[in-house]
Design a protein around this ligand. Structure first.
Ligand SMILES: Cc1cc2nc3c(=O)[nH]c(=O)nc-3n(C[C@H](O)[C@H](O)[C@H](O)COP(=O)(O)O)c2cc1C
Length: 176
């Protein structure tokens, strides 16, 4: 699949088929995340793949709107490891969540190439996710990612819901 086609087709999915996701497809999307760039190549991301119904239920309960999590055949939780010597962007934001976000998006694009769909949930209670998956200190959930074959495809192109180029691009000055 052409990269631009994958970018255009990458929409947030809200309903999945019950059809199981083959393990090789799960491995392929995590392999794409693994290749992401990161600050000093620290690769601070970790991914926990959840297929078990009971564990999925616990993760869904950690999300106020967790129905989609409970219903997805696979849920991948992306974590970021705190850096011992944290590098910041301009002194105001740590890079490790950013690195992990980049990896998550590579995973989401790879899912499209595999004929799958994803969503990205940040509306969760961190403590409940940590408890469900027994996550040690210094490791933070960044994204709960429901994954599966889409029950319906979102026909509209994302550009229909996006700002126009003129609204977001400027040359030589910041005009807004
Ligand atoms: C960082 C990030 C966090 C998001 N968090 C949530 C969320 O907590 N719940 C949710 O339903 N969707 C969430 N989304 C999905 C966005 O709502 C969605 O990407 C946006 O509405 C654009 O729709 P599209 O992805 O179909 O183009 C998130 C997306 C991103 C990139």
């Amino acid at each position: 699949m052409d990269l631009y086609d994958a970018i255009r087709a990458s929409r947030s999915c809200t309903t999945f088929q019950t059809r199981p996701v083959p393990e090789e497809k799960v491995r392929a999307v995590v392999a794409a995340a693994r290749l992401a760039p990161s600050q000093s190549n620290l690769q601070p991301w970790r991914f926990v793949v959840v297929r078990g119904e009971e564990l999925k239920r616990q993760i869904a309960q950690a999300c106020p709107r967790g129905k989609i999590v409970a219903e997805a055949p696979v849920v991948i939780v992306a974590f970021a490891l705190e850096d011992d010597l944290p590098m910041t962007v301009g002194g105001y934001i740590s890079t490790y969540p950013l690195d992990t976000a980049v990896a998550v998006h590579q995973l989401r694009l790879a899912a499209v190439a595999e004929g799958l769909a994803t969503n990205w949930i940040v509306d969760f209670h961190e403590d409940k996710i940590r408890r469900a998956l027994q996550i040690p200190e210094g490791i933070h959930p960044i994204a709960v990612i429901p994954l599966g074959f889409p029950a319906e495809t979102n026909g509209s192109a994302p550009s229909e819901g996006r700002k126009s180029p003129d609204e977001i691009i400027a040359y030589d000055r910041y005009p807004w």
